[in-house]
Design a protein around this ligand. Structure first.
Ligand code: LLP
Length: 416
């Protein structure tokens, strides 16, 4: 986070709060966000896009951090929100986001979800396929704004599980089929077809690929709205370089100026680039084992940091309460789940670790909490926002009671 620094005792502070205090007060594993940094990053996108293309809007891709406290920040900062399913929709509404500022995504929306979205007066539905149009034909009883997701045919350079714009993608329709779907929407009295959507993938570090996608989508036709998705990558390690928000905006707006109608509305959907670097995960070291190698095991792992197993993303890690000590050992930072793939960092320099140390993994603010799960009976961590020396709990830690309430309600209050 921008607002992170070592204090005089060699302890990391985030938003002016020492990690030792955060761990004691809220427990570990813990997701901690620099709230001022989050808000600044949202404004960078919103102001930056508006300055370059005034008829524009930024949608927060809420799958990157679907927490009611985060939806509330989005609402306060005036950014629109993309939700991908009934759960995210409910959380956004619970935070007080104006339904008209919501965009509903998904390649397999159900009747129940669509009905829920229509009932609450959702602003825009991003249609993925013809079956969804069949559903809408049955369900619509008043005019509804729609965009159509189109496959641009751009193979982004990123991990295969994060690439979504190639011709074999499961998301959206190829251009020829998209044109037929658009004709269908334009002919329907209650379908208010506004334009097209694309999303080429996530953790993309080459801005030329976004520009290429804008050029491709312009060939579908002339519409009022073009939503060019999210996907801007971030730097996860000291060595990894990522484009700035501003250079990304320069690239897509230059492409929009070259290819899109001058009066069109331009939408973007960043997720990762807003939240990733504002968040860290805080763990407590539970075991240090020096066999052939040094294994430093912490009280979380793959259950709360799934994307490492999914995408092999490399992260850094630091012992956050002993920052001033020399980093003399190379360790395998591992989690506590029953998989050898539960490797948080493969070889990280740190002071010789001890049981009880606090380990921070920086840049874990995106797609960590949202993919956390109950593997090995793990409990989903809490989320805390820190700002100007104050920390507040925005999502509480799961409890054994929660776990049993799902699996054996009658036992939930008995076995604690
Ligand atoms: N729009 C759509 C339609 C998306 O599917 C996504 C992300 C975004 C926007 C935001 O993309 P971003 O700006 O955050 O890159 N689980 C993976 C990431 C999956 C991304 C899913 N879609 C991971 O751990 O890296």
């Amino acid at each position: 986070p921008e607002d992170a620094a070592a204090n005089a005792d060699g302890v990391l502070e985030i938003g002016g709060v020492a990690v030792t205090e955060l761990a004691e007060r809220f427990g570990t594993p813990l997701h901690v966000y620099d709230e001022a940094g989050l808000r600044r990053q949202i404004r960078r996108f919103v102001d930056g896009l508006r300055a370059r293309w005034p008829n524009s809007d930024v949608l927060f891709a809420s799958k990157s951090l679907p927490a009611v406290g985060m939806y509330r920040i989005a609402q306060e900062e005036g950014i629109a929100v993309d939700v991908a399913g009934g759960g995210e929709l409910r959380m956004a509404l619970a935070a007080g986001v104006d339904p008209d500022r919501l965009y509903f995504h998904g390649n397999a929306k159900t009747d129940v979800e669509l009905r829920m979205a229509l009932d609450v007066g959702i602003g825009t539905i991003i249609v993925d396929n013809d079956d969804e149009l069949d559903r809408l034909e049955r369900l619509l009883d008043r005019p509804q704004k729609l965009l159509l997701r189109v496959i641009p045919g751009v193979e982004a350079t990123t991990h295969a599980s994060q690439a979504t714009g190639g011709l074999n993608s499961k998301f959206g329709l190829p251009i020829d089929q998209a044109m037929r779907a658009i004709t269908r929407m334009q002919a329907h009295p209650l379908m208010v077809f506004e334009g097209v959507h694309l999303h080429i993938g996530s953790q993309i570090l080459d801005t030329a690929q976004f520009a290429e996608a804008v050029a491709k989508i312009s060939t579908v036709g002339t519409f009022g709205t073009y939503d060019v998705g999210g996907g801007l990558g971030v730097s996860y390690t000291y060595a990894e370089e990522a484009p700035s928000v501003e250079s990304y905006l320069d690239a897509i707006v230059a492409a929009a100026q070259a290819h899109l109608p001058a009066d069109a509305r331009l939408l973007i959907e960043p997720g990762r680039a807003i939240v990733a670097r504002a968040g860290v995960t805080l763990y407590r070291v539970t075991t240090v084992k020096r066999t052939g190698r040094t294994f430093v095991a912490v009280d979380g792992g793959l259950a709360d940091q799934m994307d490492i197993a999914l995408t092999q993303q490399r992260y850094e890690a630091i012992i956050a309460d002993r920052l001033l000590e020399p980093w003399t050992e190379t360790a395998q930072l591992v989690g506590r789940q029953c998989e050898s793939g539960d490797l948080l960092v493969d070889g990280v320099r740190m002071p010789p670790a001890r049981v009880g140390d606090l380990v921070v993994m920086p840049a874990t603010g995106a797609y960590a909490y949202t993919m956390s799960n109950n593997y090995n009976g793990a409990l989903k961590p809490a989320i805390v926002f820190a700002r100007e020396g104050e920390a507040r709990l925005v999502t509480r830690r799961e409890t054994y009671h929660d776990l049993l309430a799902t699996h054996a309600p009658a036992m939930a209050d008995v076995l604690i």
